[in-house]
Design a protein around this ligand. Structure first.
Ligand code: SAM
Length: 258
């Protein structure tokens, strides 16, 4: 099912407090610095339409929620949603999560991380674009405080198993704990838009919570060049607001080769 173009926010809304361009962030970037309170900060990678960010921020005002979304139109849509709801404990960054996590965030600055329904990049030659790779998970482990939790949910079993193996290989997380779905109390009572879509279609979802152990991170923050901020991860096309062509369904066997 193709993704509709993002809804444009009401032009009368001031998005400046909620929408943060990655290119404008300092290096290093203390995520607590963009919130009015010093509460623990949780990061969501690939926020899509912003359902998780807005509902988590409304449900837990004692925590701060930062999202990062690479598609500019979706990032604006999320900022509109957060501004409209008057949520002071949620912000969205427009840019590449790999750069934010690998190069800008200091060690142990996050109290949680959420990766919901990351793009699967089905074709073998596109696999290197998957967000949940071992190098990303090493950097995620570096930025997460001991005892904090990384949540990974997806509708792609093969990607889920690959991500769990990569997380284990980092040596920074405990064994995955299965997260159980809850019965929705209303039409938008899902963790994310993609969870809603997948469950309403009767398809399975794989969910895990991985606790960051106290093992010290073996990797340092990656020193960045100013160019890296705008170019995104290697071998990735420019970010657009359309769904990747291979998002919705696995390719036929003949389409999976390089
Ligand atoms: C399949 S959608 C899932 C959206 C949302 N998490 C949900 O479950 O409804 C994946 C999202 O991740 C975003 N994304 C992909 N790669 C990214 C990256 N490197 N940095 C930030 N966002 C990214 C895409 O633009 C897209 O909005």
């Amino acid at each position: 099912m193709p993704r509709r173009p993002p809804r444009k926010p009401d032009p009368r809304l001031d998005l400046s407090a909620h929408l943060l361009p990655l290119v404008a962030l300092p290096d290093p970037f203390d995520p607590a610095s963009v919130f009015p309170t010093d509460a623990p900060v949780e990061l969501e990678v690939g926020s899509g339409k912003g359902l998780f960010l807005s509902s988590a921020a409304a449900a837990a005002p004692e925590r701060n929620f930062l999202g990062i979304e690479i598609a500019p139109g979706y990032a604006r849509m999320i900022a509109g949603r957060l501004a409209n709801a008057g949520l002071v404990n949620a912000r969205i960054i427009q840019g590449d999560a790999g750069f934010l996590v690998g190069s800008l965030l200091p060690d142990a600055c996050l109290a949680g991380m959420h990766v919901y329904f990351p793009d699967p990049w089905w074709k073998a030659r596109h696999r290197k674009r998957r967000v949940l790779s071992e190098p990303f998970l090493l950097q995620a482990g570096r930025t997460l405080a001991p005892g904090s939790v990384l949540h990974v949910w997806t509708d792609v079993e093969e990607y889920f198993l690959e991500a769990m193996a990569a997380a284990r290989a980092t040596g920074l997380f405990g064994e995955p704990r299965v997260e159980e779905p809850t019965a929705p109390a209303h039409d938008l009572d899902y963790r994310t838009h993609f969870e809603r879509r997948t469950r309403l279609a009767g398809m399975p979802v794989w969910r895990a919570a991985l606790e960051r152990s106290s093992v010290p991170s073996p990797v340092p923050r990656v020193t960045s060049s100013p160019q890296a901020r705008t170019s995104g991860p290697p071998a990735r096309p420019p970010a657009t607001d359309s769904e990747p062509a291979d998002r919705a369904a696995p390719p036929p066997a003949s389409d999976s080769g390089p």
